[in-house]
Design a protein around this ligand. Structure first.
Ligand SMILES: Cc1ncc(COP(=O)(O)O)c(C=O)c1O
Length: 353
């Protein structure tokens, strides 16, 4: 170990993002990006920002972008926080709102960055097992806690939790913050954003990386009571005042304003998902019900690792998790274009023949 490292760094096990392969022509279905390009209005706004004004710092509070987001969701700009990807927004939420004496609760099978933030910030946590059918059961969270966080739909399962269940949790859990990570909500789950005015302990986190086709831009946002948003801003301004540059603020606002393009691309992904689920089932896969832009599927005979390796040999990358054991048989497959999904089904058919 390097003698100059702090104890915190020495003890970290960093998050490992899905591979961004350097090879060209791969069918890339491993990191849940959109298969469609960003809104043409977003691209135009990005290009328009190239110029002399780059000598100036950007707006530290991203007011124009926060106004667009507030208008989209019919909340006040003071109820919106933006960050460099929802990962950054989540990190700030852990430090600002989830670090207390009691442990934070999150599912045992979920976004694997949550325990990494806990380690970084010294936050106790308890993992709550999903049910046999990989569902979040709200009753399991009704116990003393320093906060609760889960994605809806959950990742990597894709299973959604009904809004009525989230509201039941909020009614019962008033003493700590509940963070609902809605990275994938636009692909068919019910958003909790409509509850933020009624529940001051609710923080809803979104990203432009999935349903708005802008993973490369790095923008995420949180919606919640102005008091929670102020806490996030306090962390931001103690860390980096300018997390979003001038291009990003302009492009992201234009993407949010382009509702029609967003709705079209989400509808296309959902239609392809329906087709893909049917084809996978016909090949002998059990597919969990997905409200996300990916599906989580296990073949009845063939192991997940072998299938992932076989697909890779055929130029198709999907995500396979070895831990925990309960999900080692599964593949997480991003819903691509129709042509990409067709290629995937053909390759799986050949491997399984
Ligand atoms: C559940 C969940 N939350 C948050 C993120 C982070 O998204 P980003 O940092 O690109 O906004 C991801 C990324 O895959 C995710 O799966």
């Amino acid at each position: 170990m390097n003698p100059y490292w702090s104890d915190v760094v020495a003890g970290l096990t960093p998050y490992v993002p899905g591979e961004q392969p350097k090879l060209a022509n791969l069918v890339k279905l491993n990191t849940n990006e959109s298969p469609y390009g960003p809104s043409p209005r977003a691209l135009a706004a990005l290009r328009a920002e190239v110029g002399d004004t780059l000598r100036l710092y950007p707006d530290p509070n991203s007011d124009r972008l926060r106004e667009s987001i507030a208008a989209f969701y019919k909340v006040k700009p003071a109820q919106v926080f933006v960050g460099n990807g929802s990962d950054e927004v989540l990190a700030h939420a852990f430090l600002a709102l989830l670090k207390h004496d009691e442990p934070v609760l999150f599912p045992d099978i979920t976004y694997s960055f949550y325990p990494v933030y806990c380690a970084l910030y010294g936050i106790e946590f308890k993992q709550v097992p999903l049910t046999e059918s990989f569902e979040i059961r709200v009753d399991d969270y009704l116990r003393p806690n320093g906060g609760i966080i889960f994605p809806n739909p959950n990742a990597p399962t894709g299973r959604p939790l009904a809004l009525a269940e989230i509201e039941r949790l909020l009614r019962a859990n008033t003493g700590s913050v509940v963070v609902v990570d809605e990275a994938y909500v636009d692909f068919g789950a019910e958003s909790a954003v409509g509850l933020v005015d009624r529940y001051p302990q609710l923080l809803v986190v979104h990203t432009l990386s999935k349903s708005r086709s802008l993973a490369g831009l790095r923008v995420g946002y949180a919606l919640g009571d102005a008091g929670l948003i102020e806490a996030l801003r306090r962390v931001k301004d103690s860390f980096n005042s300018y997390p979003l540059d001038r291009f990003v603020q302009a492009g992201a606002a234009a993407a949010i304003d382009d509702r029609a393009y967003f709705e079209q691309t989400c509808a296309k992904v959902m239609a392809t998902r329906t087709w893909l689920v049917g084809e996978l089932a016909a090949l002998g896969f059990d597919v969990l019900p997905s409200a996300a832009n990916f599906v989580f599927a296990r073949h009845q005979r063939q192991g997940g690792a072998e299938l992932a390796a076989g697909l890779r040999e055929r130029g198709i990358v999907v995500r396979h998790f070895t831990k925990p054991d309960r999900i080692a048989q599964f593949l997480r497959i991003t819903v691509g274009t129709e042509a990409q999904c067709q290629a995937l089904i053909e390759a799986l058919g050949a491997i399984l023949a």
